[in-house]
Design a protein around this ligand. Structure first.
Ligand code: FNR
Length: 376
């Protein structure tokens, strides 16, 4: 399969993965309207072509949360990435390190913070979901600190999991799911060997201290629903703040009032996100929500954004709408599934190249100059 653009990895991943894993990554909530909107709204943003502006030297560097980065991009948190390639989170973290970019480890990754840190000393962010056992949560935050995570990304748009109907059809959940998954795996021998056999243990590494061996891979979404704490509220920022003294980024903001609340409570950053269309179907795309949030809080704390990014061009579009940085989700998961560490490295290089071309053709030479003036 020929890979020439970042989105080409999706088809390559589809050919390699059992259906339940491809659909889990590719799908969204309910009728997947927001999922589609995320991509369509970004694609519809018209850029302004400018000419003869001397774009010989283009500088993509930026500083986020005290770290100088070659691109305003980070790998966002993706649960169970280790099911997509052998010890997948380690491979992605290594690729991110190679590119000088942060890798965000999900609470529900297969690899633990300790496993990641043993494998790479690259920039690491840790994403927090809050499960009901608060004492354990404090321990987990302490582990993130001990393993030198540079930022805590607190995801707030999943007090309950969204309705992912595709999962019941694919065998991720639903009747006879374990049997259906085994049958699908038999049809994907490369995956079955790499992940099914050599990629063990298939447990949620960060949560094994509380869960033991029953870390919910058999009914992953059911497990999330039963164990996540839906009582989570703004007041919880207090104990999280007390446990974590580094940069705290609140992920899953889609409303200007919530963005202001995050600033008021002392967050160090926000991620404008609808979780890639996986939570409340029918909400605005990130691209549509971003301008009002930019108006409300731009300049007070860094605004990151994700959802629907399929190219370097999309990264530039989100920056033009006011984002200071962009998280990649499915883009890196599919690159990982298709090509492991080198797949993710290749995808990041393609994103960088597309950003460079987009900047040259809109006539901007540095990241700070990307704003609404490059939009038509
Ligand atoms: C996610 N996302 C996510 N977010 C989070 O905070 N913690 C998590 O564990 C996960 N897990 C997860 C799994 C999978 C398979 C996907 C596709 C996404 C959401 C993710 O961080 C990000 O917000 C979206 O992926 C962005 O949308 P796009 O760019 O992938 O369309």
């Amino acid at each position: 399969m020929i890979i020439s653009s970042p989105s080409d990895f999706r088809e390559a991943a589809k050919a390699r993965l059992p259906r339940f894993l491809f659909d889990y990554a590719d799908g969204g909530a309910n009728a997947e309207a927001t999922l589609k909107r995320n991509v369509a709204d970004l694609a519809a943003i018209a850029l302004r072509q400018r000419v003869l502006r001397d774009v010989a030297d283009i500088d993509l560097t930026t500083t986020l949360f005290g770290r100088r980065m070659p691109l305003p991009v980070a790998l966002g948190p993706v649960g169970i990435a280790g099911m997509y390639r052998r010890r997948g989170e380690v491979q992605a973290a290594r690729a991110a390190k190679g590119a000088g970019l942060p890798f965000t480890l999900s609470t529900v990754g297969l690899c633990s913070l300790t496993e990641i840190r043993a494998a790479t000393d690259g920039p690491l962010w840790f994403q927090l979901y809050v499960i009901r056992d608060r004492a354990f949560m404090r321990d987990l935050i302490a582990t993130a600190k001990a393993q030198r995570a540079e930022a805590l990304v607190f995801t707030v748009d999943m007090p309950v999991p969204g309705a992912r109907y595709r999962d019941a059809h694919s065998g991720m959940s639903g009747p006879n799911a374990p049997l259906r998954r085994v049958l699908q795996a038999m049809g994907r021998p490369r995956w079955a060997w790499d992940v099914g056999i050599c990629g063990r243990p298939h447990q949620l590494g960060n949560l094994t201290p509380v869960l033991g061996r029953s870390s919910g891979m058999n009914d992953y979404m059911g497990w999330l629903g039963a164990n996540f704490d839906p009582s989570i509220a703004w007041r919880d920022l207090e104990w999280i703040r007390a446990a974590w003294d580094g940069p705290l980024i609140i992920k899953g903001i889609l409303d200007p009032d919530d963005a202001r609340a995050a600033v008021d409570i002392g967050a160090d950053g926000i991620v404008v996100s609808n979780h890639g269309g996986r939570q409340l179907d029918g909400v605005l795309s990130s691209a549509a929500a971003l301008p009002a949030i930019t108006k409300a809080v731009k300049g007070s704390i860094p605004i990151l954004a994700d959802s629907g990014v399929r190219s370097g061009l999309d990264v530039v579009r989100l920056l033009a709408l006011g984002a200071d940085g962009v998280l990649l989700g499915r883009l890196w998961l599919f690159a990982l599934a298709a090509g492991g560490e080198s797949g993710v490295a290749r995808m990041l290089a393609l994103v960088e190249r597309e950003m460079r071309v987009a900047m040259a053709l809109t006539g901007v030479r540095d990241i700070a100059s990307i704003d609404a003036s490059i939009l038509s």
